[in-house]
Design a protein around this ligand. Structure first.
Ligand SMILES: Cc1cc2nc3c(=O)[nH]c(=O)nc-3n(C[C@H](O)[C@H](O)[C@H](O)COP(=O)(O)OP(=O)(O)OC[C@H]3O[C@@H](n4cnc5c(N)ncnc54)[C@H](O)[C@@H]3O)c2cc1C
Length: 332
């Protein structure tokens, strides 16, 4: 094989391309496949998405006894494949939405031209970067109070963060837990005043100002948190069974930023009530466009919307093309 051939881009034309394999992507695939749209889905670097790093999902309807996250995503994939979705390994590395049909490059070497693109690339929680935080992730360390708060009912937990997310997580947890300690790095919060008021009003939230996390304590599960006051240098061990990191999320939307309207945090902006982006034929679903709810069921719901919007878009396109052809025929 010559060097030129080796680096040559392969090309392919598909009808509907789905980028991402979390609840949004697979739900879009189930709907698109059942509608006869022959979807091709690329899984990206985390096949199955965020739920593959959690053990118990107890709030997804249809599983009365809860379900293990990775197993749930295997079920999603099977259901999408059952109706003919072509599920593939691969990462979208570049897009070109300047013309039509749309172009998406996979792994820098395979160019796909698609009539409709559904983006379901999700988001990733930001972490502090501590070794103990990563080691105890899923064993008491969490980035989602709505997902995991229930497991700490009546217990003492620690939340780290100072923005709206932290205020919301702390307030949510205060209704379930015995005590919530909120660690704030500076001597003030960044959260909106209304969110701060809610935190201040909760009798069981204690705020530790000027406080940073040194280490999450515990061998196999969280037993506490070692913190340090960044003014006095004093270190304290707080007893807790849960440690919630609430310092924000980063949507996986970098490759779309030259073409799609993103908000200031990088989330894809959709036309309210739809999955449509500013580019015709490109739809967005799941956490890549949702900075409010960020749940599996809402991701799945918007995945369904994206497939239905794509189906209507393609039907409209087809009828316009038929009309154009008829006019051209008559003109001959
Ligand atoms: C630890 C944890 C526990 C959670 N527990 C719950 C819970 O109990 N209940 C609940 O409802 N929610 C829970 N959530 C939230 C839930 O996981 C998310 O809301 C949901 O997974 C979002 O789905 P999504 O399809 O939008 O994206 P994701 O699940 O984030 O999936 C994104 C997908 O896109 C792919 N991708 C990214 N970039 C590219 C690219 N360039 N090319 C191709 N593919 C790409 C990734 O590989 C991945 O497959 C939890 C989250 C975490 C982190």
């Amino acid at each position: 094989m010559s060097i030129k051939t080796y680096f040559e881009m392969t090309e392919e034309k598909v009808n509907v391309l789905i980028v991402g394999s979390g609840p949004a992507g697979y739900t879009a695939a189930i709907y698109a496949a059942r509608a006869g749209l022959n979807p091709v889905l690329y899984q990206g670097g985390q096949p199955g998405g965020q739920l593959t790093i959690t053990n118990d999902v107890e709030n997804y309807p249809g599983y009365p006894d809860g379900i293990n996250g990775p197993q749930m995503m295997v079920d999603f994939q099977k259901q999408a494949e059952r109706f003919g979705t072509d599920v593939r390994f691969g990462l979208a590395t570049k897009v070109d939405f300047s013309g039509y049909p749309h172009k998406v490059i996979i792994d820098d070497k395979h160019e796909i031209t698609a009539n409709a693109v559904i983006i379901s690339t999700g988001a990733s929680a930001k972490w502090l970067g501590l070794e103990s935080e990563q080691r105890l992730n899923g064993m008491g360390v969490s980035a989602c109070a709505v997902c995991d708060g229930f497991f700490y009912k009546g217990q003492d937990v620690v939340v780290v963060g100072a923005g709206d997310t932290a205020a919301e997580e702390a307030t949510y947890l205060s209704k379930l837990c015995n005590k919530v300690t909120l660690l704030v790095r500076r001597d003030e919060m960044r959260a909106s005043q209304i969110m701060q008021n809610r935190v201040m009003k909760a009798p069981n939230i204690e705020i530790l100002w000027n406080t940073e996390t040194e280490e999450v304590l515990g061998k196999d599960e969280v037993e506490g948190v070692r913190v340090a006051n960044n003014v006095t240098g004093e270190k304290t061990d707080i007893k807790a069974t849960g440690f919630f990191v609430a310092i924000g999320h980063k949507p996986n939307t970098e490759i779309f930023k030259d073409f799609l309207n993103l908000n200031e945090a990088g989330y894809i902006q959709t036309i309210p009530g739809t999955s449509k982006t500013n580019i015709e034929g490109v739809f967005a679903s799941g956490d890549a466009q949702d900075f409010v709810y960020r749940q599996a069921v809402t991701a799945a719901g918007t995945g369904c919307m994206a497939a239905l919007d794509a189906e209507r878009f393609l039907a409209q396109k087809e009828s316009e093309e038929t009309e154009e052809n008829e006019v051209a025929q008559q003109a001959k």
